[in-house]
Design a protein around this ligand. Structure first.
Ligand code: AHG
Ligand code: MN
Ligand code: MN
Length: 334
């Protein structure tokens, strides 16, 4: 239930005046991402009726099977963000190369990196999905951009957040002034403030991970999962397992109720699965802004040096005390 009928646009103009470039720029960028959310929510609701479930028969730059909806979501982001006068470059989990917009005309100062559809194994079974975005700025106004300009550390983000397609559609974002959640009102078509200044508990009661990978994990990681199942009143263990297959949905649950999500490094794949620029960095900033913590197991996600557009990183994210405990185990200190 919305606390008050405050639209996304009105909230930004009242609460985010210090955004670089001004509140109107942020309004323009987030409204456009909100519009992407409306289009995608519309497609997802009808996907089974429109023959847009299943795969395209191709693999993406990540080597993963592309779902028809991955492609549709990517095209929607590209089309709508290209039309927004404030954007100069786009990079996506689904595109090998970034799109650098022509410098003729009014090229904006903002670069948007995104995971157009997160949790795409959920498309065919009517389960939650998300989209994740990270916004960084061009360093100098007259820069001629290349791929390396988009490969930036998480601390350089100026806005980040996600769309969640669940029972309702939500837009959750931070610009470094807390985390705010908006729910799409299907009647008016407005995103209305429903979750102001989200703060997460220091410890939760749930963990989210693909535990089928247990045998692939290093000993410290395995020990942490064993620890989660041991009965202990003081820390509320055993924790409940809650894994949806959609990072956005799992992180959203943890953002609101506390707990921990882990996609750790594996013995044969120490870099893990998730992507630093499209998934880990934006969600890490959101969670930090709500009082939580995001780590590779050995260092803060936002301090990880970005070297490549499609770089992967282990991700341990959630409530402060839970992530600290996971780090202690992973580092062999428990
Ligand atoms: P994407 O659909 O963008 O490729 O991301 C999938 C991610 C994430 O959403 C989820 O938590 C995780 O990968 C699921 O991976 P497993 O199937 O290996 O558990
Ligand atoms: Mn994803
Ligand atoms: Mn994806």
């Amino acid at each position: 239930m919305a606390q008050q009928a405050l639209t996304l646009e009105r909230f930004i103009s009242l609460n985010q005046p210090t955004f670089p470039g001004g509140a109107s720029v942020l309004t323009g960028l987030l409204s456009q991402i909100g519009l992407v959310g409306k289009y995608l929510a519309h497609d997802l609701r009808r996907a089974a009726l429109l023959d847009i479930l299943g795969t395209t028969g191709t693999t993406n730059v990540q080597g993963e099977t592309v779902k028809k909806l991955d492609e549709i979501a990517n095209e929607t982001f590209v089309r709508l963000l290209q039309q927004n006068g404030q954007v100069c470059a786009l990079a996506s989990e689904e595109m090998e190369q970034p799109i650098i917009l022509p410098r003729s005309g009014a090229q904006g100062a903002y670069m948007v990196l995104f995971d157009p559809l997160d949790g795409s194994s959920n498309t065919d079974v009517n389960m939650p999905l998300g989209s994740i975005f990270s916004i960084v700025m061009k360093q100098r106004p007259d820069d001629v951009l290349s791929e390396s300009d988009l490969v930036r550390k998480g601390t350089e983000q100026v806005a980040a957040g996600y769309l969640l397609f669940g029972a309702s559609t939500m837009l959750v974002f931070t610009t470094g002034q807390g985390v705010h959640g908006f729910t799409l009102d299907p009647e008016s078509g407005d995103y209305l403030l429903s979750h102001k200044a989200i703060t997460m508990p220091a410890r939760g009661k749930v963990y989210a991970a693909n535990e089928g990978n247990y045998q692939k994990w290093p000993c410290g990681t395995q020990k942490y999962f064993d620890y989660l199942k041991v009965k202990d009143k003081a820390t509320g263990r055993p924790y409940s397992g809650r894994y949806s297959g959609c990072l956005v949905a799992d992180v959203h649950r943890i953002l609101l109720g506390g707990g921990i999500y882990l996609y750790p490094g594996e013995l044969d794949k120490p870099e893990g699965k998730l992507r630093l620029l499209y998934e880990a960095n934006p969600l890490a900033w959101v969670v930090e802004q709500a009082g939580g913590r995001a780590s590779t197991g050995t260092m803060r996600i936002l301090d990880v040096e970005a070297k490549q557009l499609h770089q992967r990183v282990p991700l341990i994210i959630g409530s402060m005390d839970d992530v600290l405990e996971a780090e202690r185990h992973i580092q062999g200190q428990a």
